[in-house]
Design a protein around this ligand. Structure first.
Ligand code: ATR
Length: 460
């Protein structure tokens, strides 16, 4: 990171802040968008909150996120509060407001969830919604449901009084929100309608991944869409039950992504492009769901299979080559897929295969087809599968390795060496962008390549 006199500071105040994922989002955005900003977590204790906000303003800090335990109390230190944040009673983003000489507070948790729902194609208008829980998160969900025009909200909580409080504040006339005790969920089963359910309790969070507030299958028979506000584990017990009973299940990692992106957009008065958001989402997934696979990319003949197998043997890992995997899945050769169904169909199969591998593969060295990382979507999936290592080799070395191979249709033309040079030059930046590390593979000795690869692939 290049810090200069023009670098602006953004950050997070909370206690604790050590485990925050927000730097991944904001520093990642700054880097990709070429905006000179740096995001720093600040530990702020309760007694220091108001001084911290004042001091931040004096230091010309452009904006701050606010996390536990300050989301309510910070409101006393602001010059203005956005309407939604005021209604929810929680602020997670402070935006510098020069005219008023302080910060304005927003709640991007709520708008982040709203953007996630839009992206996942879920519309709330006219729906019946069940919210499990009545803490801060449940309140933000209830507010979002109200502004999206749901028909009814059943707000279920172990402590029914807390559900009643939220209903009283957000829907004082009692037209939409029905507060209920969690234990009374059976009453909901008397009707026939299907619901969208938000799981907004802390139950099911890692490491207590086998817990869920309602176990009863007849409840889940009525869930058409279930959104868990927990994102770790990736699939909570609640989500498993929703899916097992035929509903669509989502976690809320995208809400985390979008609450950050919306904050960044407010701070910098701009819109983050979708492809950049997708890249940041990949980086978040890598942090939250780390995988111990090694992915080798590079041009044909760069040694992905040969060195990959040796690497797998060395670390006692499994080995998989994606082309072979796709052929087994499709029940035919890649050349046949191309001939019969066309390139587009093959690329679709690649993406499907990578999505499956992303969710299942462990402790495996993966050798990829040479063209695989060229599609941004596939490059992102590869990064989610594991640490991506680019094997670089000179065109001359590649040519020597592959010239006798009759199975390479690309080399059957008039000037195979020229073709290799052209294609490698074109692909080089895409390989670099997809990779965590590049290793020089201009070397035919397996032992020597292992010596180069072992320190690069990050296995402990
Ligand atoms: P957040 O701000 O993330 O919403 P919170 O305000 O602490 O967190 O809320 C936690 C929610 O999980 C509450 O709805 C809580 O229910 P209570 O209000 O009855 O405490 C719910 N919760 C926590 N432990 C629970 C348990 N063992 N069974 C049922 N609900 C539980």
């Amino acid at each position: 990171m290049n810090i200069s006199g023009k670098t602006s500071v953004i950050g997070l105040i909370g206690n604790p802040v050590e485990h925050t994922l927000s730097p991944v989002i904001h520093n990642g955005l700054g880097e990709r968008l070429n905006i000179p900003s740096v995001y720093v977590p600040f530990l702020v204790e309760k007694e220091g909150l108001s001084a911290a906000v004042k001091g931040a303003y004096a230091l010309h800090i452009k904006g701050l996120n606010v996390t536990v335990p300050h989301k309510n109390d910070v409101m006393d230190s602001l010059v203005e509060i956005d309407e939604a944040a005021a209604a929810i009673g929680a602020v997670n983003t402070l935006v510098r407001c020069e005219e008023k000489g302080g910060y304005k507070g927003y709640n991007t948790d709520m708008s982040g969830l709203r953007r996630q729902m839009k992206e996942d194609g879920i519309s709330l208008k006219g729906e019946t919604v069940v919210i499990l829980g009545a803490g801060g998160a449940a309140k933000a969900v209830a507010y979002m449901c109200l502004i999206e025009g749901v028909a009814k909200i059943y707000l279920l909580n172990r402590t029914v009084e807390k559900a009643g409080e939220i209903a009283g504040k957000l829907d004082p006339e009692g037209k939409v929100i029905v507060p209920m005790a969690l234990a009374d969920y059976g009453k909901l089963l008397e009707g026939l309608e299907k619901w969208i359910v938000f799981q907004a309790t802390s139950i099911g969070l890692a490491p207590h991944i086998d817990q869920v507030v309602i176990e009863d299958g007849s409840f889940y028979d009525r869930v058409k869409i279930g959104v868990d506000l927990i994102y770790n584990p990736a699939e909570t017990k609640f989500m498993k039950l929703v899916a097992a009973h035929g509903g669509k299940a989502f976690n809320a990692l995208k809400m985390l992504l979008y609450q950050g992106i919306i904050a960044y957009e407010l701070w910098h008065d701009m819109t983050v492009p979708e492809d950049v958001a997708a890249e940041i989402y990949t980086e978040l997934r890598r942090q939250v769901y780390p995988k111990d696979n090694i992915v080798l990319i590079g041009y044909m003949g760069s040694g992905k299979t040969t060195f990959g197998k040796a690497l797998a043997k060395h670390f006692d890992m499994d080995f998989l080559d994606t082309d072979g995997y796709i052929e087994r899945q499709a029940g035919k050769k890649i050349s046949e897929i191309f001939a019969e169904e066309g390139e587009e169909a093959f690329r679709k199969l690649e993406t499907e295969a990578l999505t499956g591998l992303r969710d299942s593969l462990q402790h495996t060295v993966v050798a990829t087809g040479g063209g695989m990382p060229l599609r941004p979507e596939n490059a992102r999936l590869l990064r989610e599968i594991g640490r991506v290592c680019y094997l670089t080799a000179a065109p001359q070395v590649i040519y020597e390795r592959v010239k006798e191979d009759g199975n390479r249709p690309l080399l059957k033309g008039e000037d195979p060496y020229g073709t290799i040079c052209r294609m490698m030059k074109q692909r080089e930046p895409m390989y670099r962008r997809a990779a965590d590390v590049a290793v020089d593979a201009n070397c035919d000795s397996i032992e020597e390549m292992l010596e180069r690869l072992i320190p690069a692939v990050g296995v402990e």
